[in-house]
Design a protein around this ligand. Structure first.
Ligand SMILES: Cc1cc2nc3c(=O)[nH]c(=O)nc-3n(C[C@H](O)[C@H](O)[C@H](O)COP(=O)(O)O)c2cc1C
Length: 402
């Protein structure tokens, strides 16, 4: 390349970085990132992230439930420093939050999972790779030292399940997380309206939405192609083999039961967590079959609408099994104070979903890093304002429910 060409490329990339930097300076919280993501993404993709099932009641309640809980601070406790680290599922994390596994990140930003994993690693926390992830679990495992979760869907083909467990073990995945609330797909009406599916089957309205965001299209076509490396042989983006919709209906096993999961737990023989536990009876069952953790979660309101908010259900589950296994939760987290409330009730760590997806869509890795910087600062500030110097000091004594 000539010197002029190198200088031109450097100028373009400097301008790009400057633009990202300027964009990020406008972002101080979840809502700012959400607004920016909405501006950047074609509507069908934004709605895939933002939307939830049916009337989206559970999705709204997930965050609203934190507002029915008040913090009662203590003062004069000497809080020069605060230790935010936790140990959960055998992993030491520098932060009490982790990036929950989410699908299709390449669609939101070309850096996809690479950006999220790098940002999580910079903050010393755990990152979840989805079965429907767009970067291979092996690549991500090699790239960073921080613990990795692999999110698993249970297939009819038991040989495939076994092969996937072995693949994750071989890659050095620390935590296996089986999603149990997605036995069938949720009714996401925003996606039906736009025709969002993989491969795309856009409605006319959906196509128009892509046409008015040409930058997303240019970026999508000029960067590395879309792949589903965890399922490469089973799902085909070109529409030839299997769409994601058909993957859920044809390959996943709705007859999955406790006996199946018990043998998976034995086979994994390590940290094994069920994601999507909402009832006490199920949490107890998870303990009995040897799980080391459960995530109290309703999938961000994307599956069963009308399901109780995860935060509302957390105390019952902590009281029932919290002395035997690690109870985690996710759903609706937008602020450090939400994290503090969940930890005070007894969660060992808290999962973030849309909280990091909007920043990813808005600005790639620097976006996710900034979002994690912000939540870290909020948790630390709020701990000090609560009079706590370590997560272990948080307790229900400092909460009041309306
Ligand atoms: C766009 C999107 C994709 C998701 N994909 C998956 C997935 O592949 N597997 C899974 O177990 N959960 C998935 N989830 C659920 C998240 O792991 C998490 O439970 C949820 O986002 C938490 O709610 P919040 O977004 O309100 O924080 C997804 C969530 C979103 C928003």
């Amino acid at each position: 390349m000539s010197e002029e060409a190198v200088a031109a490329v450097a100028a373009v990339s400097a301008r790009k970085e400057w633009a990202i930097d300027m964009r990020l300076r406008e972002c101080h919280n979840f809502h700012d990132f959400r607004r920016l993501a909405r501006r950047r993404l074609p509507r069908p993709i934004f709605d895939y992230i933002d939307g939830a099932a049916d009337d989206e009641v559970t999705h709204r309640r997930n965050t609203a439930s934190f507002e029915r809980c008040d913090l009662v601070p203590n003062v004069l406790r000497g809080v020069e420093t605060a230790d935010l680290s936790v140990t959960v599922l055998g992993q030491k994390l520098a932060l009490p939050v982790y990036c929950s596994p989410t699908a299709l990140q390449r669609l939101f930003h070309h850096e996809g999972e690479r950006a999220v994993a790098a940002a999580a690693a910079r903050h010393g926390t755990m990152f979840g790779v989805s079965s429907l992830g767009t970067v291979s679990l092996e690549e991500l495992r090699k790239a960073h030292d921080t613990p990795q979760v692999y999110q698993f869907y249970f297939h009819k083909d038991r040989g495939l399940n076994r092969a996937m467990l072995q693949r994750a073990k071989g890659a050095g995945v620390e935590v296996m997380m089986l999603t149990v609330d997605s036995i069938t797909g949720g009714n996401r009406e925003r996606d039906l309206r736009t025709g969002f599916s993989i491969p795309f089957r856009l409605t006319l309205a959906g196509m128009l939405q892509f046409a008015i965001k040409p930058m997303w299209g240019i970026n999508y076509l000029t960067q590395a192609g879309f792949k589903l490396p965890q399922l490469e042989e089973h799902v085909d983006m070109s529409g030839g083999a299997l769409s994601i919709g058909r993957y859920f209906t044809e390959m996943l096993d709705p007859s999955m039961n406790w006996t199946d999961v018990a043998s998976m737990v034995q086979e994994w023989n390590g940290q094994f967590c069920l994601k999507g536990i909402m009832s006490v009876i199920d949490a107890k069952r998870a303990t009995e079959i040897g799980c080391t953790g459960v995530v109290v979660s309703n999938h961000g309101g994307r599956q069963l609408d009308g399901s109780r908010a995860s935060f509302d259900q957390l105390a019952e589950i902590v009281d029932a099994v919290g002395d035997r296994i690690d109870v985690l939760m996710d759903g609706g987290i937008q602020r450090g104070s939400h994290v503090l409330k969940a930890l005070s009730v007894g969660a060992k760590a808290v999962g973030l979903g849309r909280y990091y997806l909007y920043p990813l869509a808005a600005a790639g890795r620097p976006g996710v890093e900034r979002a994690l910087d912000l939540i870290r600062a909020e948790i630390e500030r709020d701990m000090k304002l609560m009079g706590c110097t370590s997560i272990a000091h948080l307790s229900r004594d400092n909460l009041r429910f309306r």
